[in-house]
Design a protein around this ligand. Sequence first.
Ligand SMILES: [Zn+2]
Length: 61
Amino acid sequence: MIDGENETGAAPLKPGDEAAPGTPGSGEDICPACSGTGRKGDAECSNCQGTGIVQEGIGGG
Ligand SMILES: [Zn+2]
């Protein structure tokens, strides 16, 4: 078993991601959980996995 992998070959989403990277209509945004710092106190932000960035859906038209 390999954690964090799937059979589609797509990049694994972070908990805070709303869409996979490269998805039309989505884009990077500041992680709302850590305000883009990538940190929650002394720990890595689990929402963005320490990147400070999450993929969010935009528009939705
Ligand atoms: Zn975060």
